[in-house]
Write a protein that binds this ligand. Structure first.
Ligand code: A2H
Length: 252
């Protein structure tokens, strides 16, 4: 990790139907995912939460919206102008990721009208917001976790997920990466014969294979910046998302 603070793009994913624990909240609720790759949002297929991590729903000053993140991230955001009183979070509910699974969301740029919150076991509680947006075409971690859920009915059942929340969602080609093709994460997963999201060493290798190459040589295949290099359009795309109130910037 570098010396300075890390800048994340916060992607806002609107809760379309509140889980019971949040039914008293009448203002719009968003899951906020921290990403380094806003240009991949065209390929979102779901949102990851860790079943055992605690999340809070808290009041922001952004159009009265309620956001869901870890308490740690909310505390940081309270010093970045997201709350009425600096340093103070107004907590409306606290719940585990498990209680928030299977929730339908609407997310920016993806072709899917509805995506669902699903469990991922490698999420860290001390990074970003604890909410991760899933782009299985370009992230080996995301692809491995999605395949695990698709292959194992028992895994879906354990978390009370319906098949239609998981099975129809396949990686979509959004970025062409030289030598890795248009589904770079799938290519790496297959080449390295990764078995599951627990295959830590091979997943680290897969990420080495994909990330730098995608960032420096990747070319957009979809959307407004189709045909352009990722590194040239990343900031533009981030600004578009922010202007549309679909995203914000968060530092930690
Ligand atoms: B990235 P860094 Cl397509 N636990 O977004 C585990 N992983 C987390 C996390 C947490 N608490 N918070 C964020 N992340 C993921 C997209 C993406 C990402 C693609 C390709 C690479 C990539 C879609 N998932 O990250 O440790 C998020 O996944 C490459 C590292 O701060 C976030 O960006 O460097 C990235 O890890 C932040 O990781």
């Amino acid at each position: 990790e570098g010396v300075g603070p890390q800048e994340y793009t916060l992607i806002k994913m609107k809760v379309l139907q509140s889980p019971k624990a949040l039914s008293s909240i009448k203002t719009p609720i968003y899951m906020v995912a921290a990403t380094l790759r806003p240009e991949t949002m065209y390929g979102q297929t779901n949102c990851w939460l860790h079943p055992d991590i605690k999340y809070i729903a808290w009041q922001t000053t952004r159009d009265n919206e309620v956001w869901i993140s870890t308490r740690r991230a909310a505390r940081n955001m309270a010093y970045q102008g997201f709350t009425a009183e600096e340093g103070n979070i107004v907590v409306l509910a606290e719940l585990t990721g498990q209680e928030l699974l299977g929730v339908p969301l609407s997310a920016p740029l993806t072709a899917h009208k509805i995506i669902y919150t699903l469990p991922m076991l490698s999420i860290k509680s001390d990074k970003g917001t604890g909410v991760v947006t899933s782009v299985p075409s370009d992230s080996p971690d995301d692809y491995a976790a999605l395949v695990d859920l698709q292959k194992k009915e028992a895994f879906r059942q354990k978390y009370g997920l319906k098949d239609e929340m998981v099975l129809p969602y396949e990686p979509m080609p959004i970025i062409e990466v030289p030598t890795l093709g248009n589904l770079s994460a799938v290519h790496a997963y297959d080449t390295l014969k990764i078995q599951s999201q627990n295959d830590k060493d091979k997943l680290a290798e897969a990420k080495d294979m994909c990330y730098l190459k995608s960032f420096y040589d990747g070319v957009m295949l979809v959307g407004e910046f189709s045909g352009r290099k990722i590194q040239d359009i990343k900031k533009n795309l981030q600004n578009r998302l922010i202007d549309a109130k679909d995203a914000d910037i968060y530092y930690e």
